[in-house]
Each structure stands twice: as C-alpha cells, then as structure tokens.
Write a protein that binds this ligand. Sequence first.
Ligand code: NAD
Length: 296
Amino acid sequence: MTAVGFIGLGIMGAPMAVNLVRAGHRVIGHDVFGTGPARLAEAGGETADSIAEVLATAEVLITMLPDSPQVEQVVLGAGGVFEHAKPGLLYADMSSIRPETSRRVAELGATAGIRVLDAPVSGGEKGAVDGTLSIMAGGAAEDFAAARPLFEVLGGTIVHVGQSGAGQTVKAANQLVVGGTYALIAEAIVLLEAAGVDADLGLDVLAGGLAGSRILEIKRKSMVAREFAPGFRIDLHHKDMGIVLAEARAAEVALPVTGVTAALIAAARGQGYGALDHSALLKVIENLSGRGSTTR
Ligand code: NAD
C-alpha cells in the first residue's frame, strides 16, 4: 500500500483516484472545485484542504489538472508542491500540458530531489473509470519503474516513451489523431444523413472494417443521437491543438491536416460549444452545410 496524494479530482482525476483506493492504496485527494472530493471520500479516500496537507503524508503525488498554468500554480506557486515536498518524492503529472512546461518542472524538481515524470493519458472518461487508460511517460527510467505499479492500476497500455517532456509530445500526437478522426466521422454522419441513409447502420459497417477505430466503437451511437455531454471538453481539445501546433512549429514540420482540424475545433469553441464533448465537432461540420437544424 502506498500513500498517494492526488490533486485535481475532475472528470478524469476523480475516477482515477477512486481506482487507486479500490486497489488498496491510501489516497489523499485535493481539489478546489466540484464533486470530485466527495466522490473520493465516498469510495473510502481522504480529502485535504491544502497542498501542504496532501504532502504531509504522501509518498507519491499525482496531479490531473486542466492546463500548464494550473500545473505551474499548483507545483511552482506559493504554497505549492515544491514548497512542501520532501526530497525523494515521486511526482507524476498526468495532465496534458506543454512539453516545455513538463521539462521545466522536472528540472526544478531535480534540484530539490523530487523525481518528476510527465505521464499524460489517453482513453477518455471511460478509460479513467474502467482503469484502462493509455499512459505515456517521460522521465528517468528508474522513476518510471517506481511509478509503474500505480500506473498499472490506472491503465492498460503503459509505455516509457523517453526523457522529460516526451510523454507530452506523444500526447500531442495522440490529440491530432483523435481530433482528425472526430472530424472525419462527423463528415461521414453528415454525408450519410444528407443522402438519406441510416447513419447508425452505416457507421456499424464502418466500425467493423478498415475505417474502424476506438472512437467509432465507443462514440458513434452518441454522436448520431447528438448526445454531447462531456467527456472531453472542446475547450480542452482546443488547448491541446495549441500545444500540437506549437510543437510542430518548434520542430519545423508542416502538418496540414492538423491545421484544418485545429481550425474546426477553434470554430466549435467560437460557435459556443466549448463546454460540450469534443464529439460536438459534428455540429460545426453540420453548420458548414447549413444542416445545423438536425442538431438536437
Ligand atoms: P476537469 O476540468 O474535469 O478537471 C480538472 C480539475 O482540476 C478540476 O476539478 C479543477 O477544479 C481542478 N483544479 C484546477 N485548478 C486547481 C488547483 N489550483 N488546485 C486544485 N485543483 C485544481 O478536466 P479533465 O477532463 O479531468 O482533464 C484533466 C487533464 O486531463 C487535462 O489536461 C485534459 O486535457 C486531460 N485529459 C482529459 C481527458 C478527458 O477525456 N476528459 C482525456 C485525456 C486527458
């Protein structure tokens, strides 16, 4: 049993923390908003009012926060993790943030004897609840090995992909594929419906053939039914596409399909869908053809 501090108990963090409790670990959770702490307490976890309280007994710390500014505030800010952590702490940031922020946190951590991993995830809320996330970790091999037993509670595919920041770069690659896939599934739905073909039946066929994907498997029914409760918010995917485009620019590569996908996700935000699930990209594709009225 390990004492695990867990900061950020949102859509992803709350079920991940609950899974750690169910696996027999002592979990001390902290959030500043929402129902996550209550969910954790109900499952037998502990809740803390401050970062200092989390770190008073945690041997391992996990953060699952929205974006780079929140990670910087929680970790580097006044009263934050690096102020209260004892040397030797193993710290995995599982949020999706800029690789350069991860590298900076790891460098500053190393000077204080804190072992930092960037370990973002893929698999969505369902993967978090089921404990089947894909986890892509950057950092030192021995720190990854130490964190691996906890990662195995949270996920199925767990890979050490390189040094600090590498996990975030793999996550950026993941997000461009996910965004592009949603855009194309949305286009398939619009085409099928406009041509008078049953989209549910059509997508059942696609899901079983070469066009099949995990997204088609788990999201096609809700997309055709226009159920867009998050899940993964458009706002967060917009954040991720910003990371992807910045990484592409830094690496001096052209990613044209990614550029179009990023523009469509920005349009979704601009059209007021930021709080909806990223599958609501369908609404943008419908609107392009003046078929927005089909959206319930
Ligand atoms: P979320 O907004 O539901 O959860 C984030 C939580 O962090 C919130 O509960 C918020 O109150 C908390 N928080 C923010 N600032 C804080 C602070 N200063 N101190 C303590 N808590 C603070 O977001 P989410 O969907 O759980 O996503 C979390 C991260 O995981 C993001 O980086 C996201 O891109 C990534 N991610 C999400 C999904 C998904 O399907 N939702 C999938 C893979 C990766």
